[in-house]
Design a protein around this ligand. Structure first.
Ligand code: SAH
Length: 486
């Protein structure tokens, strides 16, 4: 997956070989993502950040945004346009970090977010420019989150939309042990069979995890139309098979089930852990006034895992949040989900490597587990279905507002509010089309039919652990059962 998607030599996102203007997104490309369908998507995520920033005490400085895999930059553009309408947050915002592997997409993002007036400057860790909406906000690109230093006084809001599904997975299958050799067997020697000198050691009982690996198909199957690669089960335990399925009780519980197949993305887990640490620090739990460190055991008192190789990163006042939106089962471990997408159709992930998008379902509970293990001072909300999240965020009301504005414009009125750019007065025929498009697009995002985006996509948040004040219920972020606190 890594080579197919982000290799310098012909990766799906990184290659410029096919055509520098090649676009993966939109009707002419391979897939369409939510921010490309409706501006409301990015606006509501911007509002979510505003609501969290309010709930966490309206920090007046040191606020940063970060987006993982920003695609064309549309989502961040819609978010920043929204955040601009909240001046105290816009003033507190110092930087927007974009983690992007593709130079082509970086250029597209730069053009949209900064405009031609703000050049793209190369730096030691990547590139940099300035927001076209907010001149005090630096837009900073890197290919890897690890090249951005952790800062203990920073309030970081992280957005990952359709990012985790692009990260590599390992696939494991549980297999029953081979039949046991009888203990009084003989050994074949060049001079004939001899009895085994000692009773043969019995193999350990119980199932083993075997990794499913990508291998070229057998020569006789290399006829036209057949994929050139396939998944084959390793004949013995690979190093990954010996430790990855053992890192979580969720995987361990399936080990005894013959044929159980699980997908694990160690890189995804590492990112979720890193988000948690940047929000709330690692090491001992942060004491809070409502729950001192020595009180009853709970999420805040959990000892960090000894497997954590990183040095502790203390964050005296946890702040910020991560919002993860992607497709995958809400609770179970993904299985058989590796897929290829080309021209809006599902194809074999093994056809035309480098020109086919390859992705896999996201293991939301795996990400939650990694985040909770990495930082004792975070809590996780969700995953909830996208339809529910966007509904709670006010998608219908915002759509009605956009429709009303379009109709007002027809009557010659103005009122741009925080509306999209480039909207002028329109003719009647055009207008019906605009209204139809607004209506069609928001409904597509919350469609709860079996293949609808409202149901397939899940939303999960990592936020600082916030114990309930005496006699009150725990705070919930907006979109996850909570209200906006003014
Ligand atoms: N979030 C965007 C785009 C999703 S496509 C949207 O919703 O429209 C995936 C994005 O992640 C692309 O921008 C791709 O170039 C980037 N990407 C994929 N793998 C990456 C990796 N390993 N590191 C950094 N960026 C990556």
């Amino acid at each position: 997956m890594r080579q197919c998607l982000t290799s310098d030599l012909g990766g799906y996102y990184t290659s410029t070989a096919l055509s520098p203007e090649r676009d993966q997104f939109g009707a002419k490309g391979d897939f369409v993502t939510s921010p490309e369908i409706s501006q409301i998507f990015g606006e509501l995520l911007g509002l979510w950040v505003v609501a969290e920033w309010i709930a966490q005490g309206r920090k007046a400085e040191g606020v940063c945004l970060m987006e993982m895999g920003p695609g064309r930059g549309t989502l961040m553009d819609d978010m920043l346009r929204t955040i601009r309408t909240f001046p105290p947050l816009a003033r507190a915002l110092t930087a927007v970090h974009l983690i992007e592997a593709s130079a082509n997409l970086r250029a597209t993002q730069h053009a949209l977010l900064c405009g031609a007036a703000n050049p793209l400057i190369e730096t030691a860790t990547g590139h940099e420019s300035t927001s076209k909406y907010l001149p005090n906000v630096r837009i900073i690109w890197t290919e890897d989150l690890r090249s951005i230093p952790r800062e203990s006084h920073q309030t970081l809001f992280i957005i990952a939309h359709e990012f985790f599904d692009a990260l590599p997975i390992h696939v494991f299958q549980s297999v029953a042990p081979a039949p046991q050799p009888v203990s009084d067997s003989t050994i074949q020697t060049p001079t004939g069979p001899i009895p085994a000198p000692t009773p043969q050691r019995r193999l350990p009982q119980g199932n083993q995890w075997r990794e499913l690996l990508i291998s070229p198909t057998a020569p006789h199957r290399l006829s036209t139309g057949n994929p050139e690669f396939e998944l084959t089960r390793a004949k013995s335990a690979t190093p990954h098979a010996m430790y990855l399925p053992e890192i979580s009780p969720r995987y361990q519980a399936l080990k005894s089930t013959d044929g159980a197949t699980i997908e694990i993305s160690p890189e995804s887990r590492a990112y979720a852990a890193e988000f948690a640490v940047r929000i709330a620090g690692s090491g001992p739990a942060t004491p809070t006034p409502a729950q001192p460190r020595a009180s009853t055991p709970g999420p805040t008192t959990r000892a960090p895992k000894s497997s954590q190789a990183d040095p502790a990163f203390p964050k005296p006042a946890p702040s910020g949040a991560a919002l993860i939106i992607d497709y995958g089962p809400p609770a179970s471990i993904p299985t058989n989900s590796l897929r290829g997408i080309k021209a809006h159709a599902r194809v074999s992930p093994f056809t035309s490597p480098g020109t086919t998008d390859v992705s896999a379902d996201v293991d939301f509970l795996g990400l939650a587990e990694a985040a909770l293990d990495a930082s004792p001072s975070v809590e996780v909300h969700g995953p909830v279905e996208q339809a529910r999240f966007l509904g709670a965020m006010g998608i219908e009301e915002r759509a009605a507002q956009l429709v009303k504005r379009a109709l007002d414009q027809e009557r010659g009125g103005g009122g741009r509010g925080m509306g999209g750019e480039g909207e002028g007065k329109r003719e009647r025929g055009e207008l019906t089309e605009v209204v139809r498009r607004i209506e069609g697009s928001w409904k597509r995002l919350v469609d709860v039919g079996p293949q609808g985006m409202g149901r397939l996509y899940q939303v999960m948040a990592i936020v600082p652990f916030a114990p309930a004040a005496k006699g009150e219920v725990r705070r919930r972020p907006v979109g996850f059962g909570g209200d906006v606190k003014a």
